[in-house]
Design a protein. Sequence first.
Lengths: 210, 210
Amino acid sequence: MASLTTRERILQSSLALFNAQGLAAVSTHRIAAELGISPGNLHYHFKAKQLIVERLFRRFEERLEELNASTDRVRAIDDLWLTLHLRFEAIDAYRFIYRDMAYLGSEYPALGQRAQALTAGNLLAAKALCETLRATGVIEATAEEAQILALQMVFTTTCWLSFEQLVPGRDALQQADPGLAAFYTLTLISPYVSSESRAYLDYLRGKYLR
Amino acid sequence: MASLTTRERILQSSLALFNAQGLAAVSTHRIAAELGISPGNLHYHFKAKQLIVERLFRRFEERLEELNASTDRVRAIDDLWLTLHLRFEAIDAYRFIYRDMAYLGSEYPALGQRAQALTAGNLLAAKALCETLRATGVIEATAEEAQILALQMVFTTTCWLSFEQLVPGRDALQQADPGLAAFYTLTLISPYVSSESRAYLDYLRGKYLR
């Protein structure tokens, strides 16, 4: 039981350090020092940094796969806003993964491939979602427009938090705002939103713009 | 003269290595080895890796600033496609900069701040551009929609090439396609494009989709 707790503390601490300082900059020695345990003790739980990264990556995959599986319940704009909000929260919680993807993929090629497979899953879920929104009349778009929207949505959820670092006045360490990010993503579908669904978008606009 | 040539060879070689292997992974020793010169010779030209990165960053800034200055000549969809194409070419040529931004910003905070200033310049240029397209009737959008479009355009040009690594079937080392990326960016404005300008979008769609 004590052993399980140490293992979990290592994972939590690694995640916080990777997020704050970058995957490349954080060694297992640094993680052990942060926890006040010996490198030998850490090594007993995880034989290499790669095994820590893999475990965190698996948790991230599980959260997104769960969200992908639940997109078939999205039937209206407010459902969509909520599912986008939850997705941004997950990506923010594991923000080192997409932010440090170039390094992650070159250091751990198997994880780079799993990240691609995850993107493929995200795209499939987004396409099904946009098709549902189209079929139920929430958006008015051609099948091709719905496909492009799905790609834009996955691109935006994947990269927005990394882009925020580049926007002046935003600090990389500042708390991300998943609600604002979700609203921004919704503006992609805004030209296609049918008049009945527009009121909710206007409500969000009043909340997040200016 | 020989000295100038060595200096330029160091910059070219550094750029190629940073792009291919990542900014974090490439040391000045690695760069010297690649060129077949001694670390001492490299040190004579650049006292630290930071000075090489700064010089490359300056060239990247200059290319984007030049593009930003020329956006006031964009009057039609085909001009816009061309300027987006040139922007993706510049970002691709210096692709390590946006791809490795988290590392770059934490290692060289002054460059992180200049990257933010550059984004601010890109946003201003994109806003002026969208306003021109609106004023000349190329797009039909409200002032607020034009502002959001400008943000989407800067976000997309900044992050698209990094996102491509995550799309299955694309190799990170594979040649990027600036034309396709420019077309993808144009799909953002597609719902707002007036009927006279739509033919060019249809031409590009035929070229790049399927």
